[in-house]
Design a protein around this ligand. Structure first.
Ligand code: ADP
Ligand code: ZN
Length: 285
């Protein structure tokens, strides 16, 4: 049985694990370093993984940002050397093992497909968290795309004159649906409100909070249906702290009932939680 040293590099934390056949054998986490160079990220990954590398047959990294031909770009981190950084080459030299890298939401999609809630050949994974990420499995294959952009459902533009997105474009879905979008929309009603506060207020029966969550769920449901019209996906697996917050999946399912059967997609809850990226990256061929 193959053992993989897997990493999940996120904006706030980096996880490192030994994974075999979809199971986490050992795992540790550290706050992701705040640095403006990609080289420092490499060093952090190497230091975390070095004590376990002898137990691994290969290395797999799920990371935020875009992955293209073994190179990594992370526009949101503003790294000096962070455009098409040769991450695979650097890590191969350090670990002396085969290294694969993949976008974190794409990895999570693959994890949920292989070992989680999404065991059907055509599925979409959506994580609703600080932002909105996604990954696509089509006919049993992970679709990454030439530039690594495939599955980024959060950056579908729904209003060219709309709210500014973290990617620099205006009116991306993420700006309305995500945790940041939800708390932003709440400010006029409840200055300083967090996303969690909005969920609490909605549970308490406040119409303004219910409306904000309804908008988020309704826009995301439409985007998922649109994805079906392009790719004929059967199910959408939902993860992320907002996606898994109490009541959110129920709202998506309710909104989906309004869709014509042809465009309707079954909504399921992700089951691998924060391990989806590690497990998915580790089980890519
Ligand atoms: P990450 O983006 O790294 O997954 P977190 O999980 O800490 O970060 O938070 C992501 C987003 O989810 C934030 O917008 C946060 O406010 C929101 N969030 C976290 N926990 C909850 C919760 N229990 N209910 C609703 N929203 C939440
Ligand atoms: Zn965007």
């Amino acid at each position: 049985m193959e053992t993989v040293l897997a990493f999940d590099v996120g904006g706030t934390k980096t996880s490192c694990a030994l994974v075999a056949n979809g199971k986490i054998l050992r795992k540790k986490e550290k706050a992701t370093i705040g640095s403006n160079t990609a080289e420092d990220f490499v060093q952090q990954i190497f230091k975390m993984g070095q004590p376990w590398i002898d137990k691994a047959d290969k290395v797999a990294v799920a990371t935020l940002g875009l992955v293209e031909g073994g190179c990594w770009s992370a526009p949101t981190l503003n790294l000096i050397d962070g455009k098409k950084f040769p991450l695979v080459k650097k890590l191969t030299r350090l670990f002396h093992k085969n290294v694969t890298i993949v976008n974190d939401a794409q990895a999570a999609a693959w994890g949920e497909y292989k070992f989680g809630a999404g065991k059907t050949k055509d599925m979409l994974f959506v994580t609703v968290s600080t932002g909105v990420g996604g990954g696509l499995v089509s006919n049993g294959r992970l679709i990454t795309g030439k530039t690594g952009l495939a599955g980024h459902i959060g950056h579908i533009q729904i209003d060219p004159h709309g709210l500014e997105c973290t990617c620099g474009r205006k009116g991306c879905l993420q700006a309305y649906v995500s945790g940041e979008g939800i708390s932003f929309a709440a400010q006029p009603y409840h200055p300083g409100a967090t996303t969690k506060n909005v969920f609490e207020q909605a549970e308490d029966g406040k119409d303004w909070a219910k409306d904000i969550l309804h908008t988020s769920a309704s826009l995301l449901t439409t985007a998922i249906s649109n994805a079906k019209s392009m790719l004929d996906i059967e199910i959408a697996v939902i993860g992320g702290s907002v996606g898994l917050a109490k009541g959110y999946i129920g709202m998506l399912q309710k909104e989906m009932l309004k869709e014509d059967n042809l465009y309707s997609v079954k909504i399921k809850e992700a089951i691998l939680g924060s391990n989806a990226g590690l497990i998915g990256a580790a089980s890519l061929d």
